[in-house]
Write a protein that binds this ligand. Structure first.
Ligand SMILES: [Zn+2]
Ligand SMILES: [Zn+2]
Ligand SMILES: [Zn+2]
Length: 358
């Protein structure tokens, strides 16, 4: 493993206006042990509104799975929505200041009946069910609210990741605009496609895929199969791959993508979700083994549901971004937009790959 210090600014291959400062010497600076925010690992909490037996404390479910008997996943409306469809008209007369009505929809997905269960502890079947619930709600919200331009599915897990309710849950927010993080990816990947005729995400997957070569020993006449994982490869299933981004903003950031080109999360099948569940479970097990007590955000980026979205069907590739939170962004990062990563992504990928899974 390299011990050489790295100090370089990496340009994101997908969105070139995003860049990251990789500065490994900084990770070694002396610092006081930061107080860690421990994760709530209990199975049941008497006072938790999302726990079994406390269902009356949430609005009635808009979806429950399984439909009868004890639920495994419950979807309820958020009592404190960020966006909603009740009419609050913007109060400003537009001038230089532009306003878009805060129209939308905000739901909570209670991911599991077990209060503090982590993703790597959930069964593969359960994780596959969770992704099909995301898909079902997205379908429903797009069909029901035609003014919705984008639906963001995300999860905050642990206090360090902004989770306000400790019970494991995801959120789904239907928005009246395409958020710029997604729009930048859509536009930049389309311009890459226009120039090269290829999807940038597929190109990066090809680079990360393990390389198999055959060498021929002329003295013995034997053939050798050589197997070399790509620098950014973490984990793979039949349909999905987990990779370490070249310009990772977070030390342990990992992206999971379908191996075949697929622009829209809504097109994924149950068989694919089953494979995604396995890749996610193994990836989270690796993260847990390397950094322990993982607290993270994850979010789904898929092609926006807007007119002309077919233009992006060949250039955009849906993915899940997992961002473990091991530090709090500093004023430099917020002020410059330049994230500082203190671990070389190739080295982080190697550490994650080296974990022997049970
Ligand atoms: Zn709970
Ligand atoms: Zn692709
Ligand atoms: Zn993305």
């Amino acid at each position: 493993m390299t011990t050489q210090n790295v100090r370089e600014i990496r340009i994101d291959p997908i969105v070139p206006t995003r860049s990251v400062l990789i500065s490994t010497a900084r990770g070694k600076r002396p610092r006081k042990d930061e107080p860690s925010l421990p994760r709530d690992v209990s199975e049941h909490e008497e006072t938790c509104p999302f726990c079994l037996g406390n269902e009356h404390q949430t609005p009635p479910p808009v979806l429950q799975s399984p439909a009868s008997g004890q639920w495994e996943i419950r979807v309820v409306e958020n009592l404190y929505p960020i966006l909603n469809d009740d009419p609050i008209v913007p109060g400003l007369i537009p001038g230089m200041q532009q306003v878009i009505e805060g129209y939308g929809h905000h739901e909570i997905i209670i991911d599991h009946s077990n209060h503090g269960i982590a993703l790597h502890q959930m069964s593969k079947q359960h994780l596959a069910l969770l992704f099909s619930v995301y898909q079902e709600r997205m379908q429903f919200l797009y069909q029901t609210y035609p003014r919705v331009r984008y639906i963001l599915v995300f999860k905050n897990f642990g206090k360090a990741a902004g989770g306000s309710i400790p019970h494991t849950h995801s959120q789904i927010i239907a928005m009246p605009l395409v958020p710029h993080n997604v729009q930048d990816e859509v536009e930049c990947s389309r311009s890459f496609y226009d120039k090269t005729g290829s999807c940038i995400f597929c190109t990066l997957i090809d680079e990360a895929l393990p390389l198999e070569t055959t060498s021929f020993d002329r003295s013995s006449g034997e053939k050798h199969q050589n197997y070399q994982p790509g620098n950014y490869f973490i984990e793979q299933g039949k349909h999905f791959i987990a990779i370490k981004p070249f310009a990772s903003r977070y030390e342990w950031e990992i992206h999971i993508l379908p191996l075949k080109h697929q622009s829209n999360f809504l097109y994924a099948t149950d068989e694919e979700f089953n494979d995604l569940a396995g890749v996610l479970k193994r990836t989270m097990t690796r993260l847990e083994a390397v950094i322990g007590e993982v607290q993270y955000n994850y979010f789904l980026h898929t092609v926006p549901h807007v007119k002309n979205s077919t233009d992006s069907a060949l250039s955009f590739h849906w993915h899940l971004e997992i961002c473990p939170r091991t530090s709090i962004p500093s004023g430099f990062e917020l002020g410059s937009g330049l994230f500082v990563n203190t671990i070389n992504p190739e080295e982080a990928a190697l550490q994650l790959r080296q974990i022997n899974l049970p």
